[in-house]
Design a protein around this ligand. Sequence first.
Ligand SMILES: NC(=O)c1ccc[n+]([C@@H]2O[C@H](COP(=O)([O-])OP(=O)(O)OC[C@H]3O[C@@H](n4cnc5c(N)ncnc54)[C@H](O)[C@@H]3O)[C@@H](O)[C@H]2O)c1
Ligand SMILES: O=c1ccn([C@@H]2O[C@H](COP(=O)(O)OP(=O)(O)O[C@H]3O[C@H](CO)[C@@H](O)[C@H](O)[C@H]3O)[C@@H](O)[C@H]2O)c(=O)[nH]1
Length: 441
Amino acid sequence: MNISIVGTGYVGLVTGTCFADVGNQVLCVDNNQSKIDLLLDGKIPIYEPGLEELVSSNIAQQRLQFTTDINRAVAYADIIFIAVGTPPDEDGSADLSHVLAVAKAIGQTLTDYRVIVTKSTVPVGTAAKVRKAVQAELDARAVNVEFSVASNPEFLKEGAAIDDFMKPDRVVIGADDDRAVELLRSLYAPFNRNHERLIVMDIPSAELTKYAANAMLATKISFMNELSNLAERLDADIELVRQGIGSDPRIGYHFIYPGCGYGGSCFPKDVQALHRTARQHGYNARILDAVEAVNQDQKSVLLDKIDAHFDGDLSGKTFAIWGLAFKPNTDDMREAPSRVIIDGLLARGAKVKAYDPVATEEASHIYQQQQDVAFAGDLYSATADADGLIVVTEWKAFRSPDFTRLKSQLRTPVIFDGRNIYEPAMLAQAGFKYYGIGRSN
Ligand SMILES: NC(=O)c1ccc[n+]([C@@H]2O[C@H](COP(=O)([O-])OP(=O)(O)OC[C@H]3O[C@@H](n4cnc5c(N)ncnc54)[C@H](O)[C@@H]3O)[C@@H](O)[C@H]2O)c1
Ligand SMILES: O=c1ccn([C@@H]2O[C@H](COP(=O)(O)OP(=O)(O)O[C@H]3O[C@H](CO)[C@@H](O)[C@H](O)[C@H]3O)[C@@H](O)[C@H]2O)c(=O)[nH]1
């Protein structure tokens, strides 16, 4: 099948590459010329494990192409996916300007039947707006072209995007005509061999399913973060509580890790957008409100511990930070908790020496004006002569460091562990003062 993907970011590039990998002809479009130039040059603009190799091999097999020309994409494909960004607007609602600009551009050149699919995360009612925008352009051209609009939200996680796409838990398709469903069913057939993964529903339900999934996951995390704050006050260990409740299959072990808050390009913006949607429909979504508020506060929990340890005097101190990205295996710094922690340290007159296996370049753009933020090339260059170590992202390489070396390097042997990757008793034995999340300190 010929497929076009409009928007070649995390989702568009992974989607296009995976569809190409199972034998389709895919054309990826982006209006960012430098991104497309990079891809045409065989490089990829993001860090995502395994993606560069998969992109190269599909380019080499001539199944994957890149362009900035949307008209070419409209002419090329049976199915056109819209995978552009839907960032938060000033009031927290999803900004649909990119999605609707693409819909308009499609309507301006559409000549034959196409299925137009929203893959971006979009509020309920967006597919209807896409349909209207396309139809308005057809009307302006005084042409009559049949087309379908469908919703196919994406559930991949950064850092595991290829695996998530290739072996999805489910493929949600929102459609209101059989022709669109059949085309999408045949496109997804290679990902559906093991067992039925397609869940076909009406379009508003599909659109809401995406927000419901992210809001539920964010709720689990905020719930655990709230409990971790309580555990600290009760001299209980949240890690034991986590295991105690996770063993109940009705609760499960996934997404109940407490930490220094959730970040990334999805949870924060999607919880906010759903909250907005509720308000616009006259409903006050109290749980969503609490999920956001708890997360906001949680990003400062480590700062409070650092302040308390140093009696509120961080001026002139230098802190090593391990982990900048919002989670391991990505270079994505969007809404990363590290940013709140770094900003808080700088505001208190402290300096930062940070190390991240892949996000340093992204972070250096953010902090390029900041003389008090330096970046280290490895774990121990960050900790040399630092007043304390702060762990913000749970990269595997941080789990078993050389504690003897670390202790000899740090001016004060103190570790603030925002992801609970260390055992408090072991660190105490090694001579460190240890602060975790939700553990008695
Ligand atoms: N990042 C994720 O893990 C993830 C997972 C599931 C769903 N989503 C959703 O998917 C959508 C895309 O997210 P992303 O992280 O890939 O965003 P991104 O910012 O990485 O990529 C979006 C791309 O769209 C391009 N673009 C914008 N307007 C365009 C236009 N008019 N024509 C062509 N290209 C245009 C941008 O240049 C950019 O390259 C969002 O709605 C997001 O919420 C993201
Ligand atoms: O138990 C947990 C699990 C995650 N997190 C944090 O939650 C955030 C998001 O993590 P994750 O969900 O793994 O990453 P994303 O790539 O943002 O993926 C989410 O957002 C995507 C975009 O909508 C969806 O497609 C995915 O299904 C959904 O998991 C990160 O800051 C994590 O540190 C926790 O604090 N505790």
